[in-house]
Ligand binder design. Sequence first.
Ligand SMILES: *Cc1c(COP(=O)(O)O)cnc(C)c1O
Length: 495
Amino acid sequence: MKYKSTRGSEHALSAAEAIIAGIAEDGGLFVPEEIPIVDLSFIESLLSLPYADRAKKILQLFLTDYTMEEIECCVETAYGEGKFDVEEVAPVQVLPDGTYLLELWHGPTSAFKDMALQLLPQLMATALKKTGEKAQVVILVATSGDTGKAALEGFKDVGQIRIMVFYPQGGVSEIQRMQMVSQAGKNVSVIAVKGNFDDAQTGVKNIFNDQDYNLRLSEKGIRLSSANSINWGRLVPQIVYYFSAYADLVKTNAVKLGDQINFSVPTGNFGNILAAYYAKEMGLPIQKLICASNANHVLTDFLQTGVYDKNRPFYKTISPSMDILISSNLERLLYHLSGCDQVKVRSWMRDLKETGRYQIDGDCLQKMKELFWADWSDDVRTAATIKEIYTIDHYVVDPHTAVAWQAARAYRDLNGDETTMAIVSTASPYKFNKSVLEALDGLDSFKDEFELLDALYERSRLPIPKGLANLKNAEVLHKQECLKEDLPKVVWTLL
Ligand SMILES: *Cc1c(COP(=O)(O)O)cnc(C)c1O
């Protein structure tokens, strides 16, 4: 299977080439030329398999240029023994009130980014070998917190690859900062940028787009790439857990093979929910995808009206991984819904760049509304939801999961659709313990985030994740800071 750009001008690439490149030269994103279709017997064959074997069967359909041995080796390194803190990797929980939760945060950094970022480095290292690429690949990451740590953990000590993570100084939580600055590994750098997340992100994007700079790097045998969800190698691992969740629901007789289910997904860059869309197109019986947002509800408005408009205030919320106004992966959805119309996609993306706004046509909007339903919650409602779930189910959710929960309920209440619903749970409550405890107790807490781990244990009785428990006393290995203008210089010096 080949991959081509959503904006069209390039020739098609193999999966390995698309994963190394990250983003197409015309600025578009790589999409599969066709979406593989599976039947119910394929899904039935997943029921008895462990997660890693389910992953192999699905990856095989998309990564047709990888051998079975290569896929097996990548998957075992990512999801094998001891990598995740539960054997099921991505377990489905059923709570006392009958709600299903797909827990995606049992990886080393306690957020769902691990599901993809444990595998992407393996896929990329294998791609370098397969294609005979001799250059050293340097992964540049700008992070608002979760992606940086997950990417560091995934890429540490992977041969032929270096990784540099830029985070906004003072712009991430203390737990997130300590997770990053204590990162071990011979090929990792972590740098605090004096500025906000947008400054870090713009700095990195400017480096990617600086042709002269890239030319000088290539003379040194260096090539840049991305670990953000614009990389196809991050999306394909995420398709797996939708199949896995469905297989688990059939296995436990929650649904019959062939019954439809709904998923509610807390959404930021539209990567997670787009993977669910691919699963549905492949034949997984999904009826509706609920797109849940916080106060930065540009996607809710878009899915309701067909107008995408990022010209609006930006809010910092208690679900910070969804504080985003440009959802990059939407471009892939628009490509498919418009019938692979690269001309239309190009013009919408040009409008977005020039005016911050675009409007899709009625036909596309209609198709989108058949597939998706959208809602959003502000912080007050999210906190009330955390407390309510605790009261009813004695289960503690993180704020992102609470946003999805609330949207799922709103959907059921307004549409009377009783189809089985699974809520996608994207972070351990420990990772956002301050907001969670304030929601439960209604107090502003004065303790630091490390003391709060124990306080949250008292309430939730969930084990404190290994990666967070010892963080307070971890050694700080990365102290470098830089001005936002100096990113190109810093990267150059580090190389
Ligand atoms: C990244 C993230 C999201 C948003 O996922 P997208 O794929 O960007 O839509 C939601 N919740 C958590 C905890 C995250 O880290």
